[in-house]
Design a protein. Structure first.
Length: 276
């Protein structure tokens, strides 16, 4: 069976596998193109199984909003090494997955993985397994977050290791304001939108810490609770998005910055992810 360079190149373009791997797969499949694709996919599964215990802690975090500005998504595609994370093909692969998420709006990470990957004839999960074989590292689509609102703005920090998406209450062109708030989320990592959204276990822990600190500082026990509540309010100011000092002008809060930009403008939700 004569395996031509055109055949090898066609298989390489479809699968992303190396030239020799494609040639060997075509030889093994006696020139049957679909069988060669299956051979490469099985190879990917074998490599994935061998590397299943590896730590895929590197990767990219990408976020994007839809063309109408009312929907945004964030995905995290992990790999093992920084070398692969900075590879253009790897980043493009993650971008393609994000585009599918924006278009199809799946309700969960599992639903996203089950969607078709472009024209490959594979699901996203199967394509990730295949690319594990091509790249030779464990790959994992580990996170998927969405925001839907009047206006949605996304931000990806240089280096693709940190991203955020912010939903604003009003529809319209708020790209500059939204980007400011999305950068705030990325930089300051708020725990919630407002004080009313802080989980009760976090509040209880902060009160306990504040009380213990007051007692350790020699304050009377009867004053410890009041001091703890005061410190809790400071916690809210530092850790809830709408109450945080705006990083570009710390004389005003995010809530004030938004209301000054447009009456009635606020944040409805936000998502943030960082590869530490």
């Amino acid at each position: 069976m004569n395996i031509t360079a055109a055949d090898v190149n066609k298989l390489r373009k479809q699968t992303g596998a190396g030239m020799m791997d494609c040639k060997n797969a075509l030889v093994e499949a006696n020139g049957d193109f679909e069988a060669a694709v299956d051979i490469l996919r099985k190879k990917g599964q074998k490599i994935a199984a061998k590397r299943s215990d590896r730590d895929a802690s590197e990767g990219v975090v990408l976020a994007k909003n839809s063309a109408d500005g009312a929907y945004g998504a964030l995905v995290v595609l992990n790999c093992e090494t920084d070398f692969v994370a900075k590879n253009e093909d790897f980043t493009r692969f993650a971008e393609n997955i994000l585009d599918i998420a924006i278009t199809k709006k799946p309700v969960s990470l599992d639903a996203l993985k089950a969607l078709p990957y472009m024209e490959s004839g594979m699901t996203i999960e199967e394509k990730i397994t295949e690319q594990t074989g091509v790249i030779g590292e464990k790959l994992d689509l580990s996170a998927y977050e969405t925001v839907q609102a009047g206006s949605v703005v996304s931000y990806v920090h240089p280096g693709n290791r940190l991203a955020s998406i912010v939903g604003l209450s009003l529809a319209g062109n708020y790209s500059e304001v939204g980007r400011d708030v999305a950068m705030q989320v990325a930089a300051m990592a708020p725990v919630s939108l407002d004080e009313k959204d802080v989980p009760q276990d976090v509040i209880a822990r902060e009160i306990e810490i504040g009380r213990d600190m007051a007692i350790q500082e020699g304050k009377p026990a009867e004053m410890a609770d009041k001091i703890a509540i005061g410190r809790l309010n400071k916690f809210y100011q530092e850790n809830t998005l709408l109450n945080q000092a705006f990083i570009k002008d710390n004389k005003k809060s995010i809530k004030q910055y938004l209301s000054e930009s447009e009456k009635g403008l606020s944040v409805t939700s936000f998502k943030r992810y960082s590869l530490s």
